[in-house]
Design a protein around this ligand. Structure first.
Ligand code: FPP
Length: 259
């Protein structure tokens, strides 16, 4: 069975007694600037090295049983960076798709770019649409690139769309529940992340997947993103395997112990 076909929350135990690997891993690719600074390089080179780390991670993930990888490439708040850095960040997906889309297509990777299209250049929107169309039939592995994405922006966009449906008489307020609302978000169709990984030592979500993070395990790693590779991903999975996931319930042994 391809990793991407496994059901969400596959809680099966392995012979080692640990969790099954997470189906969906999300990553805040942080630390490019510090990586560049440590080397006396411009931040732009840190971001370019970050693209290489993304390539290594995408290559390693399917072999580790991961079916979905969602990465944070540009937040709705990143527009406040200096114009030259914003321009550099805008050039990254273009460079990535130009170099890698053929390989991603051949290797069965389904690419989706989640986030607002407003503010992106016409050329970038065309490249994104092309990458999505070329890989839409793929099912081996799913790569979601959050770009011009913010969790709060996504939630407010979804709420606005639902309100518009109500105003048009196509929906009633009572129709809304968690499943319907989740289906209005940019991540609709993806299982929720099992684990959100943040390298670089920072310990916060920074507006990433706020709704979807409800039951995600959080793993923080002391490595700057441009240095990230398979061994760091394996270490994150090993940390995930130690976690006890209960989704708000109690485990059977505790019910018995409580009498
Ligand atoms: C945060 O590090 C990182 C970003 C704002 C950009 C991340 C983007 C990539 C790694 C490449 C994306 C590739 C594609 C294809 C979209 P930072 O610059 O804030 O680092 P710092 O905290 O050390 O300053």
């Amino acid at each position: 069975m391809a990793a991407a076909d496994k059901p969400p929350f596959a809680g099966a135990t392995t012979t080692e007694g640990s969790h099954a690997p997470p189906l969906h891993v999300a990553v805040v690719m942080d630390g490019n600037g510090r990586w560049a600074k440590q080397r006396g390089l411009p931040r732009s080179l840190g971001h370019r090295a970050g693209v290489e780390a993304l390539k290594r991670t995408v290559s390693a993930a399917p072999g580790l049983g991961i079916g979905w990888l969602t990465v944070f490439g540009f937040s709705t708040e990143n527009w406040s960076r200096p114009a030259a850095e914003v321009a550099e960040l805008m050039a990254l997906p273009k460079r990535y798709f130009e170099s890698d889309i053929g390989r991603l297509e051949r290797e069965g990777v389904r690419v989706r770019v989640i986030g607002r299209r407003e503010g992106l250049s016409t050329e970038l929107v065309r490249l994104v649409d092309d990458a999505q169309a070329r890989t839409d039939h793929n099912r081996i592995f799913n790569l979601n690139i959050a770009f011009n994405y913010g969790g709060q922006a996504d939630i407010s966009d979804a709420a606005r769309r639902f309100a518009e449906e109500v105003a048009a008489g196509r929906k009633a307020p009572g129709d809304l529940d968690e499943a319907m609302f989740g289906g209005l978000l940019a991540t609709a169709g993806s299982p929720p992340p099992d684990v959100i990984v943040r390298p670089s030592g920072e310990q916060r979500l920074s507006n990433f997947l706020l709704w979807e993070a409800a039951y995600a395990e959080l793993v923080f790693q002391d490595v700057l993103w441009p240095d990230y590779g398979e061994e760091h991903l394996k270490a994150a999975l090993a940390e995930f395997a130690k976690r006890d996931r209960r989704y708000g319930a109690v485990v059977a042994d505790d019910i018995l112990a409580a009498g």
